[in-house]
Design a protein around this ligand. Structure first.
Ligand SMILES: [Zn+2]
Length: 308
C-alpha cells in the first residue's frame, strides 16, 4: 500500500517505449530487421503486465509505440488507449534518426503514426526517437516533426554518451525554435547533476543497473527546482524470462543486468512519486508554451561548458 502522506505534489511524466526485446539497438548488429518476424514476440504480454501494474497504482503514462508493433499487434495498442494512457510514436523500424536522410525520417515517422492511429482510432502528437538519436547531426528531425504536426518531442538526452546525447543541451522542458521558425516542445529525459557533470538518470538501464538511490537523487533535484522529471522504461525490462540473444558484452550487460529488479524498483517509484502522461501534463497546463523560454536551434549545439 502506498504511503500517500509522503507523496510529492509534483507530477512527473512516465513514459514507455513499446518495443520487443529483439528490437533494441544493443542487438541491432546481430538481429537484422528482415528476421524480426522469426523471433517469438513477448511485447503484448509484457505490456499487459505493465498496464496491470500501472492500474494498481492508478497511474497513467505515455506509450511511445513502434509502428512495427502497432501493425502486427493492433489490439494491444487499442488496449493501451482504452485503459486511459496516451499513445505516441517511437518510429516504425527503430532505426537511428541520425542514420536516415530527412526524407527517410519523414516516411518512417508518417508510416508509424498511421499504424498507431489506425490501430486505436486516435490522433497522436508526441514523438520519441529510437535510442535518443536526435543528436547534433539530426536536429533537422525536429523541423520535420513540427511540419508534420507533432506538438512535442522527447528525444534529446542532454548527456555525453557513446550512443546518443547532446552534451550541454537544456535539461528541462523547453520550446525548441527550428530553423524554419516552427516550434515544438522538447521534453528531455531526466538527468542528474553530480560532481559538476550531467549524468543520465531517466529510467531504463539507469534504473536497473545503478542503486535506486541514484534515481531518487534525480527526483529530489528535479523537485527542488519544481520541475517534472521524465522517466522511461521498456516492456521487456519487466520480463526476466525473455530469450537471451548473443551480442557484444557491453550490449548484454546493458540489456540483461537486474531485469528482476525492474518491477520492484518501478513499484517503489510509483508509491513514492506521482506520474502522468505528457497529454495530461499539457492539458493541466494550458499555458505551458507561454511559460517556457524559446531556445533557438543553434543553442542546442551549445558546448558542454554551457550546461543548462
Ligand atoms: Zn526504443
Amino acid at each position: 500500500m502506498a504511503d500517500l502522506t509522503s507523496r510529492s505534489l509534483i507530477k512527473h511524466i512516465l513514459t514507455v517505449d513499446v518495443e520487443d526485446y529483439f528490437h533494441v539497438e544493443a542487438f541491432a548488429d546481430t538481429v537484422r530487421r528482415e528476421v524480426w518476424d522469426q523471433f517469438p514476440s513477448r511485447v503484448v504480454e509484457n505490456c499487459q503486465r505493465l498496464l496491470d501494474l500501472l492500474d494498481r497504482h492508478q497511474t497513467k503514462a505515455t506509450f511511445f509505440v513502434l509502428g512495427w508493433v502497432a501493425e502486427r499487434f493492433p489490439k494491444i495498442v487499442q488496449e493501451i488507449h482504452q485503459r486511459g494512457h496516451e499513445l505516441a510514436c517511437h518510429s516504425f523500424w527503430h532505426r537511428r534518426v541520425d542514420s536516415l536522410t530527412p526524407r527517410q525520417f519523414r516516411l518512417d515517422t508518417c508510416s508509424a503514426r498511421e499504424a498507431i492511429e489506425q490501430a486505436a482510432s486516435v490522433k497522436i502528437t508526441g514523438y520519441r526517437a529510437p535510442t535518443w538519436s536526435v543528436t547534433k547531426a539530426s536536429l533537422w528531425a525536429l523541423e520535420i516533426l513540427a511540419e508534420e504536426g507533432f506538438a512535442y518531442d522527447s528525444s534529446i538526452y542532454p548527456v555525453r554518451h557513446d550512443l546518443y546525447g547532446i552534451p550541454g543541451a537544456q535539461r528541462y522542458p523547453h520550446l525548441h525554435v527550428c530553423q524554419n521558425k516552427k516550434r515544438i516542445l522538447e521534453f528531455p529525459p531526466a538527468t542528474l547533476r553530480l560532481a559538476g557533470m550531467t549524468l543520465p538518470a531517466a529510467g531504463g538501464g539507469y534504473l536497473r543497473i545503478f542503486p535506486l538511490q541514484y534515481t531518487q537523487l534525480a527526483f529530489r533535484q528535479f523537485e527542488n527546482q519544481e520541475q517534472s522529471l521524465v522517466l522511461y522504461l521498456h516492456p521487456w525490462e519487466l520480463d526476466p524470462e525473455q530469450p537471451r540473444l548473443s551480442g557484444r558484452l557491453k550490449s548484454r550487460f546493458r540489456h540483461y543486468t537486474n531485469l528482476r529488479q525492474t518491477e520492484s524498483r518501478l513499484t517503489q517509484l510509483l508509491q513514492r512519486y506521482s506520474f502522468e502522461s505528457f497529454r495530461d501534463h499539457l492539458a493541466r497546463n494550458p499555458h505551458y508554451h507561454e511559460s517556457l523560454s524559446p531556445v533557438l536551434t543553434r543553442q542546442a549545439h551549445a558546448s558542454s561548458s554551457a550546461i543548462a
